[in-house]
Design a protein around this ligand. Structure first.
Ligand code: ACO
Length: 321
């Protein structure tokens, strides 16, 4: 017995912001952004929040799986941009969906968060603690971007993706993950310094800061090694994979990973041209899109892999059921 993804959903803000729109607020161009990253537009939350996007994606995943909310034993929301710290986003999703029997918490592993969440749900289900889990990756990164910094504000977008995980004979066959906290300074956001009557108030920086080239080097090394580890653990050849869904940070990272794995680019679907980098939501949104468009079918062997702040990384190998 293992666990499998039984249904997916996603939700995106209505507002589309193109590269040309950004060129009106920072010194950049459509040519620079699309050539360096592959990104052409992104969705930016105006009326939506991390919570409403999570609820909408979660509801769609429940409908897709045909599971009733009361059956869910765990709701996990992976995010680095919650709307507040308490109550956590998963509790708000629980209340909105009526998933009254669920434990609810958030996790933050940056862009690896959805894969960390699915692995946690897999462990809960395989150990018999719960039957079904709702795992959501959701972000409104637009609220932690410095909109005067062209080096970061052009890269990210808002959105949410979700999956229902449940016990199954076929499904997840291999997982991989890790972190290297010593490289944490390459990608940071916000700080919450001590602030009480006994401390001096320090200046705070709430924004995403990134050493793009270091992150790029890390990603192109790490992604192929995650996919290799996932397949080696279960004696599967890499060329048996039907589809590889990678974190949607940069088209060049995905193309380099494909080259290093000696696999055709067609095996690596992308949607970063439309949504930019949505951090914890990116693989979940892409999974929902390939599922709903029929690009993956029952029996396909699928790898998910991502990397992000921490630095963290994670991957999952599974049969689609
Ligand atoms: N428009 C125009 N020019 C720009 C822009 C912009 N938006 N941003 C930077 N530039 C300029 C720089 O100022 C620099 O100019 P200079 O040569 O005069 O100093 C020049 O372009 C080159 O800048 P680099 O930073 O060297 O550009 P690079 O080719 O490394 O591309 C990029 C930058 C796209 C950020 C790349 O490094 C990258 O994709 N890194 C990985 C980032 C990533 O994956 N982040 C997310 C990871 S995890 C998570 O999702 C949270």
């Amino acid at each position: 017995m293992t666990s499998a993804i039984l249904g997916t959903g996603s939700a995106l803000p209505e507002k589309i912001v193109t590269n040309d729109d950004l060129a009106k607020i920072v010194e950049t161009s459509d040519a620079w952004i699309s050539e360096r990253t592959g990104i052409r537009s992104r969705r930016i939350a105006v009326g939506e929040t991390t919570t409403t996007l999570s609820i909408d994606a979660g509801r769609r995943a429940l409908e897709d799986a045909g599971i009733s909310p009361e059956d869910i034993g765990l709701i996990l929301v992976a995010t680095l941009t919650p709307d507040g710290s308490m109550p956590n986003t998963a509790c708000k999703v629980q209340a909105a969906l009526g998933a009254v029997n669920a434990m609810c918490y958030e996790l933050n592993a940056a862009c690896s968060g959805f894969m960390y969440g699915v692995q946690t749900a897999h462990a809960f289900i395989c150990s018999g603690i719960i039957k079904y889990a709702l795992v959501i990756g959701a972000e409104t990164l637009s609220k932690i971007l410095d909109w005067t910094d062209r080096g970061t504000c052009v890269l990210f977008g808002d959105g949410a993706g979700a999956a229902i995980i449940g016990a199954s004979k076929k499904g997840i066959i291999s997982v991989e993950g890790g972190a290297d906290g010593s490289k944490g300074a390459f990608l940071t956001t916000g700080n919450a310094p001590l602030c009480n009557p006994y401390t001096k108030h320090e200046a705070t920086n709430p924004y995403v800061e990134m050493d793009g080239q270091e992150v790029f080097k890390f990603a192109v090394r790490k992604i192929p090694s995650i996919v290799q580890a996932l397949t080696e653990k279960v004696d599967i050849e890499i060329n048996q994979l039907d589809c590889i869904l990678l974190h949607q940070a940069n088209q060049r990272i995905i193309q380099t990973a494909a080259k290093r794995l000696k696999l055709p680019e067609e095996l690596f679907p992308m949607n970063l041209d439309q949504y930019g980098n949505t951090s914890a939501a990116s693989v979940a949104i892409l999974l929902d899109e390939v599922h709903r468009s029929g690009k993956i079918k029952s029996g396909d062997l699928i790898a998910l892999a991502g990397f992000g702040g921490g630095l963290t990384w994670a991957g999952i190998l599974m049969y689609w059921i």
